[in-house]
Design a protein around this ligand. Structure first.
Ligand code: F6P
Ligand code: MN
Length: 327
């Protein structure tokens, strides 16, 4: 049996990274316990305020955010923290060498219906050690990430992590409260017949995305010549986990539903960490044209269209968009 501690001892490139990952995953144990208590912990319902993007915050979003923020602020290796729930990054320890970004509770509308939610995290290098970190320090492309992962609080709590050139999964043992390695070197099939999209936004998509979904729905009667199946967890963390387990395509594409939003998902603490996991597991991740990990961010909360998962299917979507743009 290999625990997360054993794994970090063997594979982490340095103790600072191990320490920060241990802090995040320890907080994940607390969040997991709070979620297990559900309504009994008096944590459900709106907290009465809104997050940076103007969405209603659930009480547990706030709690998860505060727990992560407090724990990371005390970690001497962490120079700053950026969260979905906070307008600006929070400086931590100036001598730290790492910056941590997180979505404390992805898919939080699932909380009230007892469905899967998760914590997504990304670790970047800090380039100005000794000075107080600022928002601008976080604006690094996803290809600079030193580590990325998520905690999925589902029927069991699972950690997916990449700190080396492969992706590993751990399960939180409820008896010992340890993360135990359940899968080494996760790999995604390059082909799939399963896809995830919120199809109610169809009329807001661009023509190539509409064409793609039309083709999938036509199934064996259309150009694809085979049937496809839809799955939608309504929490990105759940959909990405399914793809790491059995392949598939997930997309939250560009849409015109809301002005000034290039897509719903956030580049720095949703798309980037998930794209690193997916690529390292042999999949692909694009905004429909460009590799997500190569996008140079201009804002810690910027949004990006996302198409990720099984490589051949992601390439198919990309080709439809590139061909359409060339016309
Ligand atoms: O964080 C945004 C998010 O909750 C994702 O986890 C999820 O994929 C998506 O929004 C769900 O969006 P919709 O409300 O369109 O189903
Ligand atoms: Mn989210």
């Amino acid at each position: 049996m290999t625990t997360l501690t054993d794994y970090l001892n063997d594979y982490s490139p340095n103790p600072a990274l191990s320490d920060v990952i241990t802090t995040v995953t320890d907080v994940g144990k607390t969040i997991s316990q709070l979620l297990r208590k559900g309504a009994l912990a008096d944590i459900l319902g709106e907290a009465g305020n809104q997050n940076v993007q103007g969405e209603d915050q659930k009480k547990l979003d706030v709690l998860a955010n505060d727990l992560l923020l407090d724990a990371l602020a005390k970690n001497t290796h962490c120079a700053g923290v950026a969260s979905e729930e906070l307008d600006d990054a929070t400086p931590a320890n100036a001598d730290g060498s790492l910056l941590v970004l997180f979505d404390p509770l992805d898919g939080s509308s699932n909380i009230d219906i007892n469905m899967a939610v998760g914590t997504i995290f990304s670790v970047l290098p800090y380039q100005r050690q000794g000075q107080i970190s600022e928002n601008a320090d976080f604006l690094q492309a996803g290809n600079q990430q030193l580590a990325a992962g998520y905690l999925l609080y589902g029927t069991s709590t699972v950690l997916a992590l990449t700190i080396a050139d492969h992706v590993v999964m751990f399960s939180l043992d409820p008896d010992t409260n340890d993360y135990v390695l359940i899968q080494e070197n996760v790999q995604i099939d390059i082909n799939t017949s399963e896809y995830a999209i919120n199809a109610s936004n169809y009329r807001y998509w661009r023509a190539p995305m509409q064409q793609y979904i039309d083709e999938l729905i036509a199934g064996e009667t259309g150009v694809r010549g085979r049937d496809f199946n839809t799955r939608w967890v309504a929490a990105m963390v759940g959909d990405v986990h399914r793809i790491l387990c059995r392949g598939g395509l997930f997309t939250y594409p560009f849409d015109t539903k809301y002005a000034n939003k290039a897509g719903k998902l956030r580049l720095m603490y949703e798309a980037n960490p998930m794209s690193l996991l997916i690529e390292r597991a042999g999949g692909a991740a694009t905004d429909a044209v460009n590799r997500i990990l190569d996008i140079e961010p201009t804002d810690i909360h910027q949004r990006v269209p996302v198409v990720l998962g099984s490589k051949n299917e992601v390439d198919y979507v990309k080709n439809l968009h590139v061909t359409y743009a060339d016309k």
